[in-house]
Design a protein around this ligand. Structure first.
Ligand SMILES: Nc1ncnc2c1ncn2[C@@H]1O[C@H](COP(=O)(O)OP(=O)(O)OP(=O)(O)O)[C@@H](O)[C@H]1O
Ligand SMILES: O=P(O)(O)OC[C@H]1O[C@H](OP(=O)(O)OP(=O)(O)O)[C@H](O)[C@@H]1O
Ligand SMILES: O=C(O)c1cccnc1
Ligand SMILES: [Mg+2]
Length: 489
């Protein structure tokens, strides 16, 4: 997508410091050192209790396309350091031109519900290649995960109602609009007004009409009649241009004519005023005129909280049109996903585990080559345990709460589980078949149905347990103690 918009290869879609570090690794002979990085976030967005992973489809496209073409290298050759000399020497640019990604990537499937500090992606490869990927991987995963989560929250509130995404006009540019449409669909909306997203991603496209259509005619009735005459199978009439109640009555007049011609009034749309009161009044008028199946669509700066309030107020809305607040993730415009080094292989072939210290315990990174195990019982998911695949293949496992080491849970070998990270690329080769967008969408609903209702609450949700397997917890604790004493000496 980005490629089409900008007509370039994608190697330069990174921060300059990734390239300067890559140069440093190359110059110092460290470029091929094997490393493992994890991509994860530390806090759920929207003060929520869960997050929906999204963006792997774009990551796969990106990795497949990754290269530096001649024009990229010419641009890099033009960059200068503070002394006015070229930043990068020609031999390094030649190296970049010949570079083919050979990383191994494990990831959770799109549509998987994930929690703070769990790796969504694990990247293993040469330190130089892993480092170059930091920025694009975060760019691709952070935004799509954020939007999929926002849409999933709206889906939880909407229950079986229809959700339409109307956000393209307010999205963060064309690419923001396109990726938001895709992520919102996976997260839980049923359709988009974004026609290009319909074409490229196979998302159903739907829509009504704007106020300008009504304003173009001498009367609202004439506007409705004309629309219904030429689009009799797409008649959702926007009734609030002048007077909403009169608008509903005009829509009913047109609905009767549609019925005489063998069609029906599909819906009316409310786009201002008190949506609870107006939808209840509109439902009365429509039902009294025999239009029981005509849908009431609502739009106007909606988000999950207003939708929830409208439901509590008994609003008779069955279709929700949501734009700005969804595609811009209005109340939290970024997910704070990070990409941290977890291990480096020594010349002897042994892994050396790495941590990034922080004053805040919650920000200390977890070392090791991690996998996430999601345990379940008959009622649903019970806990996630992060463990190190090289240290422990736990049949029976002890899981430590990383923020309170006195809290330990035991899992016996009978407890059912699934492993969340799956191989996507093996040394550069794609080994994963991306599920259809429909399958990823279904996964969100299926996953969420297995979590306790409290985790899904909009306000003050229950914290789902995520812990470290005991051996990994001990490794981390020892590294922290050692790093703190080294930093003091
Ligand atoms: N019954 C309701 N309960 C809670 N929020 C509501 C209710 N009805 C509408 N809203 C929300 O209140 C906000 C109203 O927006 P605003 O104050 O701009 O009024 P408006 O109806 O759009 O006015 P205008 O006639 O100028 O278009 C919107 O976000 C809308 O979704
Ligand atoms: O409110 P959103 O969730 O972003 O949904 C999309 C909105 O976009 C359109 O109007 P627009 O906002 O362009 O104009 P209006 O507010 O004057 O109706 C449409 O009528 C919706 O109200
Ligand atoms: O089809 C609609 O009703 C629509 C499309 C985009 C934005 N607002 C509304
Ligand atoms: Mg508006």
């Amino acid at each position: 997508m980005i490629n089409k918009l900008y007509d370039t290869s994608l190697g330069l879609l990174t921060d300059l410091y990734q390239l300067t570090m890559a140069y440093g690794y190359w110059k110092s002979g460290m470029a091929e050192k094997e490393a493992v990085f994890n991509l994860y976030f530390r806090k759920h967005p929207f003060q929520g209790g869960y997050t929906v992973a999204c963006g792997l489809g774009s990551v796969i496209d990106y990795i497949k396309e990754f290269r530096f073409d001649a024009s990229d290298l010419a641009y890099l050759a033009s960059l200068e350091g503070s002394d006015g000399n070229p930043l990068f020497e020609p031999a390094f640019l030649e190296y970049l031109g010949a570079l083919r990604l050979a990383c191994s990537i494990d990831a959770v499937a799109e549509g998987t519900v994930v929690f703070p500090n769990e790796p969504i992606l694990r990247i293993q490869g040469s330190i130089l290649q892993c480092q170059l990927l930091e920025t694009p991987l975060l760019n691709l995963i952070n935004f799509q995960t954020l939007i999929a989560t926002k849409a999933a929250r709206m889906r939880q509130v909407a229950q079986g109602d229809v959700l339409m995404e109307f956000g393209l006009r307010r999205a963060q540019g064309p690419d923001g609009g396109m990726t938001a449409s895709r992520a919102a669909y996976i997260g839980g909306v049923d359709a988009t007004s974004n026609v290009l997203a319909g074409k490229l991603y196979g998302i159903p496209v739907k829509g009504t009409h704007a106020h300008s259509w009504v304003m173009t005619f001498d009367s609202e009735l004439e506007a409705f009649e004309t629309y219904a005459r030429y689009l009799p199978n797409n008649t959702t009439l926007l009734v609030d241009t002048y007077d909403t109640i009169q608008g509903v009555k005009n829509a009913i007049v047109v609905g009767e004519k549609l019925r005489e011609r063998g069609h029906d009034l599909g819906g009316i749309r409310l786009d201002s005023g008190d949506l609870a009161y107006l939808s209840i009044e509109a439902r009365h008028l429509l039902d009294a005129a025999g239009f029981h199946t005509t849908q009431i669509v609502a739009s106007n700066d909606l988000d999950e909280h207003i939708m929830d309030s409208l439901k509590i107020q008994g609003a008779k809305i069955s279709v929700w049109g949501i734009g700005t607040k969804l595609v811009t993730a209005f109340d939290q415009p970024a997910l704070g996903g990070v990409y941290k080094l977890a291990a480096i292989r020594d010349p002897g072939g042994e892994w050396s585990y790495k941590i990034k210290l922080s004053e805040q315990a919650v920000k200390v990174s977890t070392p090791g080559i991690q996998q996430v195990r999601r345990y379940r019982d008959n009622a649903g998911f019970i806990a996630d345990m992060i463990y190190d695949i090289h240290r422990h293949h736990p049949q029976e496992a002890s899981m430590v709460d990383p923020y309170d080491f006195t809290k330990i849970r035991q899992f016996d070998s009978e407890t059912e589980f699934e492993e969340l990270l799956m191989p996507i690329f093996k040394e550069g080769d794609l080994v994963y078949r991306l599920p259809s967008i429909e399958a990823s969408k279904a996964r969100v609903l299926q996953q969420l149905s297995c979590f306790h209702q409290g985790v899904k609450r909009l306000v003050n949700p229950h914290t789902y347990p995520v812990g470290l397997e005991k051996e990994l917890f001990d490794i981390k604790t020892n590294l922290v103690i050692r790093a703190r004493s080294v930093s003091k000496s």
